[in-house]
Design a protein around this ligand. Sequence first.
Ligand code: AQP
Length: 344
Amino acid sequence: MDSVLQNDSVGQFKKRVFSGVQPSGGLTLGNYLGAIKRFVQMQDDDYETIYCVVDLHAITVWQNPKVLRQNTRELAAFFIASGLDPSKSTLFTQSAVPEHAQLGWVFNCVARMGWMQRMTQFKDKAGKNAQNASLGLFGYPALMAADILAYHATHVPVGDDQKQHLELTRDIAIKFNHDYEVNFFPVTEPVIGGPAARVMSLRDGTKKMSKSDPSDLSRINMTDDADMIANKIRKAKTDQHALPSEPEGLEGRAEAQNLVSIYAALADESIESVLRDVGGRQFSDFKPMLVERATEVLSPISNKMNLIMKDIPELDKILDNGASKAKSIAEPILQKTFDIIGMR
Ligand code: AQP
């Protein structure tokens, strides 16, 4: 059993990646560039990779059951269409591995109210109506810690908006290890960075691009076709100045910064190298280049996703196999946790 428990006698943990995305519908270019594209890159590096459709997180806000089931499969299909290879990465749905919720409960008892009350995402999502938000939405970050630590994951690729939740995951691991005088849970490293760590709204460069923004023009959805992408980028807010030749010239120009960052992430280039090519050009020249890049990247993914969605039994088989693999890692870790905390 100890070999799957990761922590050897000197407290070193094997390099293991975990991350998840909610099947709350309408995946955006932000989700893809900030998270999923990087999941695929890490799969091809020297890591064991585990990726999850986090349906238990999705129900922290109301989900229509039929739509949730469809969104869950579409998101799994989207992962595969983006390059995630089920023979290299473990891919599964969170609710199929009950250890997440069980360890989540333990972490509810480790996390402090004061820590949870500082979470800005709860404040943003609950808004003015916090009294009416679900208890699950408030406790979400403790379940997220369980998602990660049930696998003793050492690295978590996420967008910049998840930074605070990952700090909480580290605090939970440290407090658990300290309280029970063990070196059992790793102190996970967030993997955040690159030009698309925070993709911003096309209508307001100071706001995150998000599935739940009321304006569809604020985001590129991964299922948008070439015409929709062209229309949204044409209407994207900009300023009247030409593009600079160096990154310093983007300071104070949130919308220009955003469009150049999106281009750089889509083209796998640095912002410096993009600006070397486009510095001095007007947005009227740059926007069509961005449309072309975005279409080039998104079209093959959505075509492949549609194909995968034609064979639901095969997709379900992939998810079932993934859940068995995930459970074989999480179950002994949960049992050891129960043992440490004194469950008989
Ligand atoms: N705009 C973004 N830029 C970079 N990364 C992003 N992510 C989300 N938006 C951006 C990253 O995508 C991963 C999955 O996110 P999630 O499904 O957990 O939901 P979220 O962070 O709540 O995403 P949304 O689109 O903003 O949904 P709503 O509108 O419901 O709040 C995470 O790694 C996240 O960082």
